[in-house]
Ligand binder design. Sequence first.
Ligand code: SF4
Length: 256
Amino acid sequence: MRLNTVCQSAQCPNIYDCFAKKRCTFLLLGNRCTRNCRFCAVEKRKTQTLQAPQKEELFNIKEAVRRLDLRKVVITSVTRDDLSDGGAGHFAECIEILKGLSAGLDIEVLVPDFLGKKESIEKVVSGGPRGFSHNVETVPRLFTRVRPEAEYQRSLDAIRYAKEIAPWLITKSGLMVGLGETRKEVYNVMKDLKESGCDIITIGQYLMPNPHCLEVEEFLHPDEFVQFSKWARELGFEKFSCSPFTRSSKEGIWQS
Ligand code: SF4
């Protein structure tokens, strides 16, 4: 059964811990991305035309959820700027199929920015996930170097719009540190996210997944993450996880 997980594609350091806890994040829309984020190990599309969204993928995820008897599922995807809706319809269908498996299944979607298309966000939200996550990943000053095809405001707007059209949704965003950002910049991103309707924030240390990715500029002392947690509490985030090994998809919306 062919199944993509971001755990494997992104070479996540927490993979064994999560798999042991029957936790994984399923990757939709194939395993090649149309973007080229410099921190990410997911395979990038070069010149080839990418496959259209595959129904088989959805049924394989359903089968995995059934076999693993999962109660909480995180669904994410590569970014498919080559698709008119960015793959939003495939997300909605996946949620529907999983809900058909078990109505009580808790589903978090970790989505791309869909190039800011509101109708794509509406489509995903219409599927009825419990959690809607989109990671800003870094501070605005570093976007060009770290996430060249993304835009900071567009990422904030994705969270804001999801919360606007579905106030009951639990919204979440994640940030990596250690790429040259200042503490003030981290604080400002946290504040911007809170003002954009973000309920949960995760902050973790960036680790270079392979030699083709950006080098780590700084390994932050664990005390710095304690400070980030203090800021998250002061800013009023409902939940937060800030530690060197925090990863957004590991810390689902259900974190205690
Ligand atoms: S958009 Fe996502 S999957 Fe694609 S390169 Fe960036 S982080 Fe990786």
